[in-house]
Ligand binder design. Sequence first.
Ligand code: GDP
Ligand code: MN
Length: 376
Amino acid sequence: MKIHEYQAKELFRAQGIPVPPGEVAESPSAAAELSRRYGKTVVIKAQVLVGGRGKAGGVKLAKDPQEARQHAESILGMDIKGLTVNKVLVTEAVDIAKEIYLGVIMDRASQQAVIMASAAGGVDIEEVARDRPEAIHRLTVDPLYGVLAFQSRALARELHDDPAVARQIAVIIEKLYAAFDETDASLAEINPLVVTPAGEVIAIDAKVNVDDSALFRQGEVEAMRDLSAEDPGETESRKMGLSFVRLSGNVGCIVNGAGLAMATMDLVKTYGGQPANFLDIGGSSNPDKVVTALKIILGDSSVRSIFINIFGGITRCDDVARGLVAALQQVEQVPPVVVRLTGTNETEALDILKQVDITTAATMDDGVKKAIELAH
Ligand code: GDP
Ligand code: MN
């Protein structure tokens, strides 16, 4: 689960990480009012559950209430990577001498948390990782000991030469790890962690992703969920018990079983296509799930064809076929659909599918190739 920057900053503040004062506004006049109250230059920041807001024009400095109103006006309602901005954070601006990257992620290879830090912060850290991997320092954290003081000090010294500044960074490294650990996060990130001309260290951005499987014991975090800001497809599929992740391609995929869904996406890539999503409709034979799945995929205007790949074990192919027919009758303007069904009640399923205008495929390879062709 993703939370907004202002919420992640609340978690950091509670942990004792220095964060500039700020408050959320949902209208230009509320933003102007906050700017008046702070009485100094503020930053107006789009609150959307996606990165790269700065580049998209969603982060702007405002020196007075009038400018705050103007920027809030342009940022509220803005579309950033498919998500609409409903809220802005109005926060006191900080003077920047240096921008540092600091992040904690769960590393699958070592099965431990890894702290990543770079003196080349602010910009895209993915770019730094690609072009100058040596500029990123890593510290693997033993979950039993946590971050030890000598480790955080050594890492901080790689990031800044001034001992007084490095000492502050070392403390922030420990606190960021504590925030990560205590919230069952999969990612906790400060980019940039700023050093001011006066040598103060302050977190001016904040990002926390929390492991969905831990939400049962993270009530405080779960209460931060902002349904209005999430991808509507992902919200809808969670309600229906489907597992859905939107991707950037044009071949929609509806598959039963996470393993088969991954294999299907791999195959789409192998044959030169781009999957539009990961969607696992699970093992049940409930036709409603197919209807929901189809509607979610049709909500994505970049989808040019849909590949449905079903292995009928517990899921009966005829149930899926009935769901498909029902769904196709409920929606207009469906892009071409390719279906590959195999297993329990396969022949009944193929009979049912004769009612609708779709392409069938005998094998996965055949189905994927046809779907890619139709997407062009
Ligand atoms: P992101 O683009 O979504 O990662 O949003 P950030 O919060 O990281 O802001 C993007 C960039 O805006 C930063 O790297 C800074 O260069 C600039 N910025 C953000 N807040 C401030 C601030 O308080 N003062 C100044 N001078 N620049 C800021
Ligand atoms: Mn940032």
